[in-house]
Design a protein around this ligand. Structure first.
Ligand code: ATP
Ligand code: CA
Ligand code: CA
Length: 436
């Protein structure tokens, strides 16, 4: 049974919020991208740009369906980040705008954050807590430096940080980031690994009802799984992971995980070939199966023609600085958009958008991994210290998930180190264990 996200349309409870988020992004991003590029200054990291939307609109802000306020944080920094991650500005806007806008994944984690996929599945909008928002702003310069020095970082790629506020509503902060999983490949199994074993078990008996659930550390170990990388790729992967974790440790971040989506080349792409609709995997494992979900709609992939029309509008919007109302076409010829190619050129996206398993001698294996470090905005602050204290009373101290950042990072690296090896290496290790 295939699980999908919930399409957010006019009848959806979060329609207005989603609409406002996207309208805000469209206007803010096109405004920044319309200007001539320039170097960043220190001040760019602290900028907040506020817009007020209403039905009437004005010279700076086009009319919108609903009244709301929008804040765009550090717009120039994120413009540069998008460029570093090689996103095409028009493509970015096109993905995040349009009629069938988003599908909602609801709130998969314990944190209460909501996840939305752009309609082409390339981007994820995650609502974040105020504390995470403040923290991201605080570390933005370090993050920017790190990404500049490590374009192949495995850390979440942040493309924008924004806030919407509706009349009488509360402030909603959100980030736009990369979806680690590809639009064009089935992900047959997903793991979210922290290197901890306490509470890190997805109930195996529920897997039958929910075959796409995100599995955890204990499920991984139970299956004797490995991230099958031969000597070369293993080195590249672990070196980058090491560098990324050093940054997280230095910034006192913890609670992050390595998300791994596995595409099995033997099984191939059954579902994507069968229909041209977008699917959504089910992160927290507590999503509602499609046929039990009243809101669930399989999302249609926009046609090439639709894409071209939209790209034309958006390119024009960026070129003229003045927002073009949606639906209005221009007389310019469209540029052909390359579909789904914006991850080309990155080490961990080199094989069909992912990182293909290899044998010890570098011969290609049977799986493609789509991976990255996610949920990396939790500062080891008060809450975690309290959690640590309570859990520390009852459990093995090294196994609880809320360790101080340095220890958390060491445990994380050790775990991933220990499970990254080619089939051949794993076999030898098992034999050595048996012999001992
Ligand atoms: P918690 O704090 O309880 O872990 P959270 O709300 O902070 O939850 P995350 O840990 O960021 O949520 O993500 C929850 C799940 O959503 C992940 O296990 C994964 O399945 C999916 N997910 C998150 N980020 C991405 C991403 N960038 N690409 C693909 N899937 C993602
Ligand atoms: Ca998490
Ligand atoms: Ca979290």
């Amino acid at each position: 049974r295939v699980l999908v996200g919930t399409k957010v349309d006019e009848t959806h409870a979060n329609w207005v919020t989603a609409y406002n988020m996207l309208t805000g992004i469209r206007v803010a991003v096109s405004r920044t991208n319309a200007k001539l590029d320039r170097q960043l200054t220190d001040a760019d990291f602290d900028v907040k740009q506020k817009s007020t939307f209403d039905i009437a609109g004005n010279e700076l802000v086009p009319s919108a369906k609903y009244d709301f306020k929008f804040k765009d944080y550090a717009p120039w920094v994120f413009r540069h980040l998008r460029a570093l991650f090689r996103l095409d500005p028009a493509d970015y806007l096109m993905s995040l705008t349009g009629k069938y806008i988003l599908s909602e994944l609801g709130s998969p984690g314990k944190s209460g954050s909501f996840f939305y996929f752009s309609r082409d599945y390339k981007y994820i909008i995650k609502t974040i807590h105020h504390a995470e928002h403040k923290f991201l702003r605080k570390i933005l310069k370090d993050y920017y430096q790190h990404v500049t020095n490590n374009p192949n970082t495995l850390l979440s790629q942040f493309y924008g940080l924004h806030r919407v506020k509706m009349p009488y509503g509360k402030k909603i902060h959100f980030v736009v980031m990369n979806n680690l999983f590809p639009p064009h490949r089935d992900i047959h199994q997903t793991f979210d690994l922290k290197g901890s074993t306490i509470g890190r078990d997805y109930k195996e008996e529920e897997l039958a009802n929910n075959p796409r659930a995100t599995l955890k550390d204990l499920n991984w170990l139970r299956r004797k799984r490995h991230l099958e990388l031969g000597i070369q790729k293993k080195k590249m992967f672990l070196e980058q992971l090491q560098k990324d974790v050093r940054l997280l440790q230095r910034l006192h971040i913890m609670d992050y995980s390595l998300l791994i989506g596995i595409h099995d080349l033997q099984r191939g792409n059954e579902e994507n070939l069968r229909d041209k609709t977008l699917r959504v995997f089910n992160p927290g494992g507590n999503g509602v199966p499609e046929d039990e979900n009243p809101h669930s709609v399989l999302m249609r992939t926009p046609s090439k023609l639709e894409n071209q029309r939209k790209a034309r509008e958006l390119r024009q919007m960026i070129q003229t600085e003045k927002p073009v109302p949606m639906g209005q076409t221009s007389s310019r010829m469209p540029d052909e958009l390359e579909e789904g190619q914006n991850r080309a050129g990155f080490v961990f996206n080199q094989d069909d958008g992912g990182f293909r398993a290899t044998h010890e001698d570098n011969a290609p294996g049977d799986e493609i991994y789509y991976l990255g470090v996610i949920d990396c905005l939790t500062h080891y602050g008060m809450i975690k210290k309290i959690e640590h204290f309570w859990k520390g009373l009852s459990s093995d101290r090294t196994q609880i998930s809320a360790l101080p950042p340095h220890e958390y990072g060491e445990r994380f690296i050790n775990f991933i180190n220990g499970v990254t090896m080619s089939q051949e290496e794993a076999l030898r290790e098992a034999q050595e264990k048996d012999a001992a």
